[in-house]
Design a protein around this ligand. Sequence first.
Ligand code: F0G
Length: 463
Amino acid sequence: MKVATHNLRCTECGAVISGDAVNSIFRCPDCNGLYDVIYPWSPNGSTAISNDNLPNASALRWLWQERRTSTLPVDQSGVWRFRDLLPIVENPENIVTLREGNTPLYEMPRCAKAVGLDWLLAKHQGMNPTGSFKDTGMTAALSVAADRKFEWVACASTGNTSAAMAAYAARAGLRCIVFIPEGKIAWGKLSQSMDYGAFTVQLKTDFDGCVRILTDLVTRFPIYLLNSVNPYRLEGQKTPAFEILEQLDWQVPDHIIVPGGNLANSSALGKGFIEMHRLGLISRIPKVSIIQAEGANPLYRWFIDENRVMRPVKADTRATAIRIGNPASWRKAANVIDALGGWCEQVSEQEIALAKAQIGAEGIGCEPASAVTFAGLKKLVALGKVNREERTVLILTGHTLKDSQYTIDYHRGELLTDTEKAQIGEADQARHTALRKPPIVLEADSNVVLHALESHMKMTQHV
Ligand code: F0G
């Protein structure tokens, strides 16, 4: 394993600093910009090297494949298996892993058909140890915290980052404090941070308010910030891009569709694809499109604004994971859309609910924030931004069990208000009716059950 050979570059003013020179809020002291981790092979890096001295693409592919058969924890991790492209930890013994990554890439034939595509896959990042994509970023940044001998780590979260941080901190024996907006996250996620032993603080504010308090705290207390402004998080979160390519036998897909909240994940995946391209691992880069919920859509507003001004919004959506109005990494995400030729869309609460039920009916399932990808894909197809033969991959970011209350409310018909229901068009109305499977209560009598089964068969068709 190579020791750390990286720098940090400000994404706004381009200033380059060494990794250990960064301040506690991970922002450039001159322009307040966020940093990217750069390596000798990073495109346009001041430390750029000639093509002749880049790591060898075929050797990397072979090595990453070989490590799959190893019993070493770092080789079994779907993040650290690619450690050649994230040399961020000085002492490899400080790596904290729960064998994250190695998530499945599922075919989605029914969803593909529903949207009129020949081919549709879903990379299910909800199949990580704590049930979300955050584990891939957390193993990276928390290992850096352990490497730099921090005792305390902290994050503000809509629930998944906090669950991941609490688990990895517990594994590493670090102490952690979690800030979550009171009453605005799914219970399963709150239970995780308690289960893993975090000091959990429910602040009487929203996610954006939690970020404000935490940003102040880290300047007054020696605590390592693990929100996605920490650029090491993104180094872990870029590795699903490597996995997707491996899983597709290095055939590049055309389009990747990602949910957008604080807007770090889209940029992390984009960074992964760009680095693979620079290293000659792939010959072209897929488009990356970002989908937001209508009630938490600052990037969408920026995208359609002819002056391209970012204006924070007061966020509100039942997809609580992405209930974010002032996304920290919006500039990075905007750069990825522009550089890779992607698109930005917004989707309504009704569209999210339907998309989630359709993904569930594939036997895959995901949390509401992940379902925006499929809801958004429908819009991109309708707009002609995705063609029938385009090879598209949805990034499903969280497990369906993360927010089971949402699912139960949906199937019982209690999720949407009457006004929201009335706004659903006829075709989608029929889809909802076919997909909704509310539980029924029966007497414990097999005749009664048989009768109920027969009338259920008459009334429903298989979707
Ligand atoms: N999907 C899920 C399930 C998430 O938890 C998040 C973010 C996103 C998508 C959006 O990713 O912020 O990188 O654009 N959750 C954060 C959290 C904010 O605290 O767990 P993003």
